[in-house]
Ligand binder design. Sequence first.
Ligand SMILES: NC(=O)C1=CN([C@@H]2O[C@H](COP(=O)(O)OP(=O)(O)OC[C@H]3O[C@@H](n4cnc5c(N)ncnc54)[C@H](OP(=O)(O)O)[C@@H]3O)[C@@H](O)[C@H]2O)C=CC1
Ligand SMILES: O=C(O)[C@@H]1CCC=N1
Length: 275
Amino acid sequence: MKVLVIGAGNMGLTYTSSIAKSGYLKKEDLIIFDKSLELRETLKKSTENYEVYDTLEDCLPIADIIFLAVKPYHNDELMQEMRAMMNDQQLVISIMAGVTIETIQNGLGIKKVVRAMPNLPAQVGKGMTSYLAAPEISRIELWMVEDLLNTTGKSVRVDSQMFIDASTGISGSGPAYVFYFMESMMEAAKSMGFSDNDSKVLVSATFEGAIELFNKNKLSPDSWMKRVSSKGGTTQAALDSLIDNNVQQLIHDAAYAAFNRAVELGKESTELQEK
Ligand SMILES: NC(=O)C1=CN([C@@H]2O[C@H](COP(=O)(O)OP(=O)(O)OC[C@H]3O[C@@H](n4cnc5c(N)ncnc54)[C@H](OP(=O)(O)O)[C@@H]3O)[C@@H](O)[C@H]2O)C=CC1
Ligand SMILES: O=C(O)[C@@H]1CCC=N1
């Protein structure tokens, strides 16, 4: 079985590297294509020694499973290039935000399409991926897909594409919300007089410790908040400030903004195809 990754950016390379490390495929069965000559040359020289192809004509017809890891706005052009070279036994896994299974099926003239929404911590094997497969995909094919997705971390199969868009608002884009929170705390630390480095250590160790506590016990976040807080103490003062400023609602709105944008991206890509 040959797996082709199209788009060797953040996520495409993450999959390439995770699949390579997993030993799931023979080296020559994992192949990459990116339209950027410069990137291809860099990859060819890298110590990873990946199988990098210069043209789609050379790699697409020999691939059994194809990852689409380009930005949604590059998809239409890419699918037009791919279409004539596709055969109906090929299976496509798209990780593009918003773009629907039907858009990919129509664009490529095939039926076997999986839509997945991973996230960036996949780079360190801690990814969270939601996915949904078209009904034309067999159980055995689905196992293979799951094996490939799970090389980057955990996955959950969802019932509808709405949940792929919704999970984009939670886990797909979510790492950025965490980084936003981290950055805000680091800025606060710096304004209190800590050095850049100390601010970073204080914040990253706090996140790491809190996540570890959360994962090792069955307590809810609210129970943990209560364990940190003393009546009339410092944490309560901070939590009161967050509540007074409606931060929970703001985070809720941010997650919905990403969810809604995923739905919009899906519509935009369908409209582009219909033009
Ligand atoms: N980054 C993230 O955290 C996540 C991203 N995603 C999804 O993953 C997809 C990729 O995102 P990301 O990896 O961040 O994007 P990147 O821009 O890092 O990577 C995309 C790569 O694809 C290349 N490319 C563009 N058009 C073509 C083409 N026609 N043929 C071959 N290669 C092409 C780009 O080249 P060039 O730069 O020259 O255009 C670039 O190297 C997106 O659709 C996004 O929605 C999903 C979950 C998380
Ligand atoms: O921002 C984006 O559109 C992509 C999808 C999820 C994370 N990054």
